[in-house]
Design a protein around this ligand. Structure first.
Ligand code: HGY
Ligand code: MN
Ligand code: MN
Ligand code: MN
Length: 383
């Protein structure tokens, strides 16, 4: 089932996947999406924000039931985070058709653009633009580590960055959204679970300034070395997170000018902090920010999925399926925060490992996910 992902964008050195938004491996998977839609005779289109849609039925007749996820990955990520939801969506359509099912409502499949924010720093760019949560002018200016903006990347690929922005027409087609995703924790012990909530989470850039100087001739007392400030912040983040019961890491750091024999002038480091208690997350960032230059690059408030839809999905997906929160952000959370009825199905991750080449889900659990998704879609499309 996941053979489609084998090898695409796979890093030969580590075996990890690197499907940065708009990179060749991700573009290859976008082409795969189009082929899958065409093979099923589904009407497909790419919206102004780069999100890919495939429809069984006419969504302009009445708002549809949509499922899907994303195809991009973090650097050296795994094969399941994102693509499992898109592959399962197409497989669920096959299951329903094999049963002779005819939806009363249009059934859509979506692959949201740039969910991980691995290249431009902001997660869920496609769904945030679609819903109007991310201002288009900010999106156009998002810049990768290579200094290239999202607008320049889109123009180079023949897309019009001026068109980015809230897309009411596309949004009106989404009556309800169900995202299937590999569980990214160790809490799910059944093959399939249902999301209760998404923890509040954010990303902050810390700039630790120093004074560039010679690594060999500058006396220790004369050094203004920003790596010391960075190291102290990393250790403090762990201590404060333990104290407040949240999670935090500095997962990305850039040292300038990055010479082995020079004291740096600047260390920029990105903090990812999350937790069930929003105040505690904000207190952690406040404690770490004292005396530091810090820029909040993205913030996602807590999302609680609508209880009636959640329980309905859980009843259909299992006996009933376990309901659990997640610390991972998802496009379903963005749609829910924009008022679209949304739910998530999780597929068991036996190790809980994610954002790593070691990410894995058993084929039997993946098949259980497709079965559950097909049952949920049939129920929601039957209205
Ligand atoms: O980072 C996240 O929370 C998600 O995996 N995009
Ligand atoms: Mn992810
Ligand atoms: Mn994901
Ligand atoms: Mn600065």
């Amino acid at each position: 089932m996941l053979e489609v992902l084998a090898g695409i964008g796979r890093n030969g050195r580590t075996g990890g996947y690197r499907r940065d938004a708009w990179s060749p491996p991700e573009l290859e998977l976008r082409e795969w999406f189009r082929q899958e839609a065409d093979a099923r005779g589904m009407d497909r289109h790419e919206d102004r924000n780069g999100n890919l849609w495939a429809w069984w039925g006419d969504p302009d007749r009445k708002p549809g039931v949509v499922t899907g996820s994303h195809l991009d990955s973090v650097r050296e990520g795994g094969a399941f985070d994102g693509p499992l939801g898109v592959v399962s969506a197409f497989r669920a359509v096959d299951v329903l058709r094999a049963r002779g099912f005819t939806p009363n409502r249009p059934l859509g499949i979506v692959s949201f653009s740039d969910e991980e924010g691995a290249r431009f720093g902001v997660p869920c760019v496609g769904s945030r633009l679609l819903t109007g949560i991310l201002p288009p002018e900010r999106a156009r200016g998002l810049t990768g580590d290579d200094g290239v903006t999202l607008a320049e990347v889109m123009r180079a690929q023949g897309r019009d960055p001026a068109a980015l922005g809230r897309d009411r027409e596309t949004l009106a087609r989404v009556g309800v959204f169900v995202e299937l995703h590999i569980e990214q924790g160790r809490a799910l012990t059944a093959p399939v679970g249902v999301a209760a909530a998404i923890w509040p989470h954010g990303r902050w850039r810390f700039d630790f300034h120093g004074t560039a100087d010679h690594a060999g001739t500058t006396a220790l007392a004369d050094r203004d070395d920003p790596t010391l400030k960075y190291a102290q912040a990393v250790l403090a983040a762990r201590g404060v997170a333990e104290k407040l019961g949240v999670v935090a890491t500095f997962g990305k750091v850039m040292i300038q000018p990055n010479n082995a024999n020079a004291i740096p002038s600047l260390v920029s480091a990105w903090l990812d902090a999350r937790g069930a208690d929003e105040d505690a997350v904000r207190r952690l960032v406040a404690e770490l920010s004292e005396g530091q230059e810090v820029v909040c690059e993205s913030w996602t408030p807590e999302v609680t999925f609508p209880a009636a839809l959640r329980d309905r999905v859980a009843a259909i997906a299992g006996h009933p399926a376990p309901i659990l929160p997640t610390g991972a952000g998802h496009d379903a959370g963005i749609l829910a925060s924009a008022g679209i009825p949304a739910a998530m199905l999780f597929v068991r991750n036996p190790t809980g490992v994610s954002h790593s080449p070691a990410e894995f889900a058993e084929p039997g659990d993946c098949a259980a996910g497709v079965t559950a998704l097909a049952a949920v879609l049939a129920d929601l499309c039957g209205e």
